[in-house]
Design a binder for this molecule. Structure first.
Ligand code: ADP
Ligand code: MG
Length: 442
């Protein structure tokens, strides 16, 4: 008698109701089918159908979803803004199309099991039209609008009773002045939609200064006015949630912004009071649950020691986020893998950190145009560094890559920061940092 060839290990959680609840077409491989296949398992591999994930937008976030998609056997497709965007070389199927054009979105959605995003700029009405056409959009528009529109988000955070800075929707310079006079200057003025990396955020120091904001009100109204928060540092609480309602959080991290752009992340945030970390994580999970978020969500926070809960919520992002890049090398499950699992309604992966401390340092475009020329120097400088380049052409101030580096103890955090920064700067500048040139160390 021929000995049956052994199939894969039986699913351990056979009685998990989650598995029995599955109704969509992604999971063609059931336990029963695997049992039927015993003896002819390898010949039946063509029965296995893996999902297709469509990502709207071809930036570095879409690009960094490609490695976990490949590892898990999923097909990733990208609706790219142009032939030359970051994700195009990383995926086989990347049609060029305009994310503001509903027909382009509908065409792209054909044959995808789930549609998700690299950015938050797809018009909300298009998302509703896609759902009406039967597309599985994750996160859906009712959740996503809270990441698209900062006024909607502020109202939602108030409704949930979570800590917001003082804020108001203002329609004119006069209303901005009234707000500043009431809560005290300076205030922060924001465009509710379309901003990123500090574009769409300006500090207004006084009633006189407010006169200079008239052009913003002509372009968009109402705008969001907020108290300028006197924070000790910025934090980020990163979570993921599935459509079935499973959610997980990564440790709360410290994020350092330079000119409104994320520059460095320290994971976990050092010396954060346990109750503040727990409350921040709890707030992010609650937002994800109550707003029906699916996929990865980042809650950007201001730490305010001794005031209220010890933090205020700045904004939400519903996609992998710059403050979560450390998870690529520093967590059991990276935010990019988790996002794919979450939007497909698969069980989420463990979010534990794999080192006591982890640093992520961004590098922006500088003088050096030929990044690769700097690689021999950068990689030799710190063999433990993990370099991630986005395949973008270099333009001053443009995010073009980041460096991840682990530390073996929290007492090492300063040294890890210095070494990660040195590697990032070598690539950005194409030369060794001044303090480590042989002349200086001799
Ligand atoms: N109310 C505020 N008080 C103090 N600083 C702020 C405030 N709002 C924003 N900032 C600063 O500006 C940065 C960018 O603002 P944010 O609202 O996060 O816009 P973006 O969508 O560009 O990330 C924040 O990370 C923070 O450093
Ligand atoms: Mg922000």
């Amino acid at each position: 008698m021929r000995r049956p060839i052994q199939g894969p290990a039986p699913l351990r959680n056979r009685n998990n109701p989650w598995l029995n609840q599955r109704k969509n077409n992604i999971y063609l491989v059931t336990l029963q089918r695997l049992n039927q296949c015993s003896g002819r398992w390898f010949g039946r591999l063509n029965l296995v159908t893996f999902p297709v994930i469509g990502v709207v937008g071809g930036g570095q976030l879409a690009r960094m979803m490609a490695p976990p998609a490949t590892a898990l056997g999923f097909e990733l497709r990208v609706l790219a803004e142009g032939e030359d965007v970051s994700a195009v070389p990383a995926v086989a199927n990347a049609p060029v199309g305009d994310y503001k054009d509903l027909d382009a979105l509908l065409e792209f959605s054909k044959g995808v099991d789930v549609l998700t995003f690299d950015h938050e700029h797809v018009p909300t009405e298009h998302l509703r039209a896609l759902i009406d056409a039967g597309v599985n959009v994750q996160p859906g528009p009712d959740a996503l609008v809270n990441a698209q529109d900062k006024l909607v988000m502020r109202a939602a955070i108030d409704r949930l009773g979570l800590p917001n800075p003082e804020w108001a929707a203002v329609d004119s310079v006069e209303e901005l002045v009234a707000f500043g006079d009431k809560i005290g200057w300076p205030v922060v003025l924001k465009t509710p939609r379309g901003g990123y990396d500090g574009k769409g955020v300006r500090i207004v120091d006084s009633a006189d200064d407010a006169a200079g904001t008239a052009d913003w009100f002509h372009a968009m109204s109402p705008l969001l006015a907020e108290a300028k928060v006197d924070f000790s540092r910025e934090l980020s609480a990163l979570v993921a949630r599935t459509p079935s309602g499973e959610s997980r959080a990564w440790p709360v991290v410290h994020t350092i912004q330079v000119d409104g752009v994320c520059d460095e992340v320290i994971a976990p945030a050092q010396n954060i009071p346990l109750e503040v970390a727990a409350a921040a994580e709890g707030a992010a999970l609650r937002i994800a649950n109550e707003l029906g978020v699916t996929g990865v969500m980042a809650a950007e926070l201001f730490e305010t020691p001794g005031v209220g809960a010890g933090f205020l919520i700045n904004e939400l992002a519903m996609r992998p986020h710059n403050t979560g890049h450390w998870t690529q090398d520093g967590s059991i499950t990276s935010q990019f893998e988790q996002h794919l699992r979450a939007v497909l309604d698969l069980p989420l992966g463990a979010t534990d950190a794999v080192a006591p401390v982890f640093v992520m340092k961004n590098f922006l475009g500088g003088d050096n145009q030929n990044l690769f020329e700097a690689f021999p120097m950068a990689l030799a400088y710190e063999p433990a560094a993990k370099v991630h380049c986005y395949g973008k052409s270099v333009r001053p101030g443009r995010k073009i890559g980041h460096v991840n580096l682990a530390g073996t103890s929290t007492s090492e955090v300063d040294s890890v920061r210095q070494r990660a920064t040195a590697v990032a700067n070598i690539i950005r500048d194409g030369r060794m940092p001044a303090q480590t040139t042989p002349e200086e160390t001799e």
